[in-house]
Write a protein that binds this ligand. Structure first.
Ligand code: NOJ
Length: 528
């Protein structure tokens, strides 16, 4: 069977500021990434999603782009980028870039020109409107990060420009064909260099209601990016897809569709002619509970099946607290560090056995929690510093982040960095890192886990069980996840052997139906 590579791939998100520091200035960069490509290839992932590296004033840490066709000097230059891409490809991995199509930075030459006045060549490249009759913003849309209007008034012209995010991130006007053509060219720039695709930032926002009508009153307090779902986005996506299709080699795009209902999200795959994949963010916002997960998986399977779309799964990213942190606090039962690591290990087992493409966020393979960031070191306007802490590579401070002047990295390290770091975890067969390696190797070796169907299986309260089956190869796995802090018993048809247990390396052989607290197991059919 000839499946596109991104269906069986496991992606790994690199947030470059915090991954590895090659030039020893306390901020991660491409040289640093270059030295760690082997970590990713040894881990067993297939593809890297690299968060933005483009020139940027960094108001939103790279999601405010001032040049789509370059590399910010903080991260390196195009030559180092080419080295990274070659190193990734040499190891048989793929690399996708983070494309930010909805907005530029206010420092982008297009916006600087737009600001010169209503007759500027690039004025209509952004979304401008006159004041509402009361002199306020043109509509009731709310920006992300702070509950403020999604509009900023330009004192010179008296008009307002739209920004779904910070005022430093003006929205592009994709209804203008010149914008569309210029943005297509930015894709071609990187495709020509050989990238394998893109993660497209808040792609749902590029289609705008031509009337820019008010949001319904009951929803209006929400940041408008989670409401923005316009039919006009679909022709735009089809034409973006055509650009990717101009290139050989299965280039792909995963969209950040910032909408929560999987039925709506699935529509962004079109008839197989829009996005190749889309994020599915339900798990980022739900608790670690069997019933919630069972329902989320059912809704995803249902919504995506209707559109013949391939699902994706993610537990953490650079925008939300890490799942170890989320699953250790309210509404979850208090748990000690060991218990919290066990929940994390069970969650990893779930992530890597579900039907769909998994995305790992850097450092989750180490079991990291969010850093505690003192007020004096807070830098992100969206309150997301904790999950963006530097990855500890070595046990001893500065954990692989030395600087000649001894300055600390741009954010503090996560807790327990002397135990939870790559160096220490590589030598321990019981580490979270060792578990991720086992899970990834197991997934790679199983057609059922990579491509098979998902069938929910009856299990007691607090336990999620499902069967994965690939008819072509008859490969089959059963997965059982005990979300509770108590032991549980399950009964399955047929006899099963334990292939992997989330909490230790010794549990193998026949499965006796017993699950330890916070334990997940992957089972294969017993012979005979
Ligand atoms: C989504 C990105 O993941 C987030 O980090 C960013 O702040 C917004 N889009 C705006 O680009």
């Amino acid at each position: 069977m000839n499946e596109p590579w991104w269906r069986s791939a496991v992606f790994y998100q690199v947030y470059p500021r915090s991954f590895a520091d090659g030039d020893q200035d306390g901020v991660g960069d491409l040289k640093g990434l270059l030295t760690k490509v082997d970590h990713l290839s040894d881990l067993g992932v297939d593809a890297i999603w690299l968060s933005p590296i483009f020139p940027s004033p960094m108001a939103d840490f790279g999601y405010d782009v001032s040049d789509y066709c370059g590399v910010d000097p903080l991260f390196g230059d195009l030559d180092v980028f080419d080295e990274v891409l070659a190193a990734v490809h040499d190891r048989g991995l793929r690399l996708i870039l983070d494309w930010v199509p909805n907005h530029t930075s206010i420092d982008h030459p297009w916006f600087k020109d737009a600001l010169t006045g209503p007759d500027a060549e690039h004025r209509d490249w952004y979304v401008w409107r006159d004041s509402a009759p009361d002199g306020g913003p043109p509509n009731n849309w709310v920006a992300a990060f702070a509950p403020v209007p999604a509009w900023t008034r330009d004192p010179a012209s008296g008009q307002w420009y739209l920004h779904h995010f910070l005022p430093q991130q003006p929205d592009l006007n994709w209804a203008n064909p010149a914008v569309e053509a210029a943005m297509h060219d930015t894709l071609r720039f990187w495709l020509d260099r050989g990238v394998d695709g893109f993660r497209a930032d808040v792609i749902n926002c590029i289609g705008k209601d031509p009337a820019l009508a008010d949001a319904p009153e009951n929803l209006a307090p929400l940041m408008h990016c989670v409401l923005n779902d316009e039919p006009g986005v679909h022709p735009l996506l089809r034409r973006i897809r055509s650009v990717l299709d101009e290139y050989p080699g299965d280039r792909m795009m995963i969209g950040e569709v910032a909408l929560l209902d999987p039925h709506t999200v699935a529509a962004y795959y079109g008839d197989g002619d829009e996005l190749h994949l889309s994020f599915n963010f339900m798990p980022l916002h739900g608790p670690w509970r069997a019933d919630t997960w069972r329902a989320n998986i059912a809704t995803t399977e249902d919504g995506f099946r209707a559109a013949d779309a391939w699902p994706t799964w993610v537990l953490s990213n650079h925008d939300v607290p890490r799942h170890r942190t989320r699953y250790s606090r309210w509404p979850h039962e208090p748990v000690d560090a060991e218990g919290s690591l066990q929940r994390t290990r069970a969650a990893a087992t779930l992530l890597l056995t579900l039907r769909g493409t998994p995305f790992i966020y850097q450092g989750e393979e180490l079991g990291l929690e969010d850093a505690v960031v003192p007020a004096a070191r807070v830098v992100d306007p969206g309150g997301r510093d904790g999950c963006r802490a530097p990855v500890p590579w070595a046990a001893l401070p500065p954990h692989g982040w030395p600087t000649p002047s001894g300055i600390e990295p741009w954010l503090p390290f996560p807790p327990d960095a002397t135990d939870l770091n790559v160096e220490a975890e590589l030598t321990s067969p019981d580490s979270v890192l060792a578990l991720y390696r086992r899970l990834l190797a197991m997934r790679r070796g199983s057609r059922a886990l990579q491509h098979g169907t998902y069938e929910p299986v009856d299990a007691p309260d607090g336990v999620l069980a499902f069967r994965r089956f690939d008819a072509e190869s008859s490969d089959e796995r059963m997965v059982a996840v005990n979300f509770t802090d108590d032991a549980a018993s399950v009964e399955f048809d047929n006899r099963w052997d334990v292939e992997l247990a989330s909490d230790d390396t010794d549990t193998t052989g026949p499965f006796d139906g017993k699950l330890r607290p916070r334990q997940a197991v992957v089972l294969r059919r017993a012979a005979g």
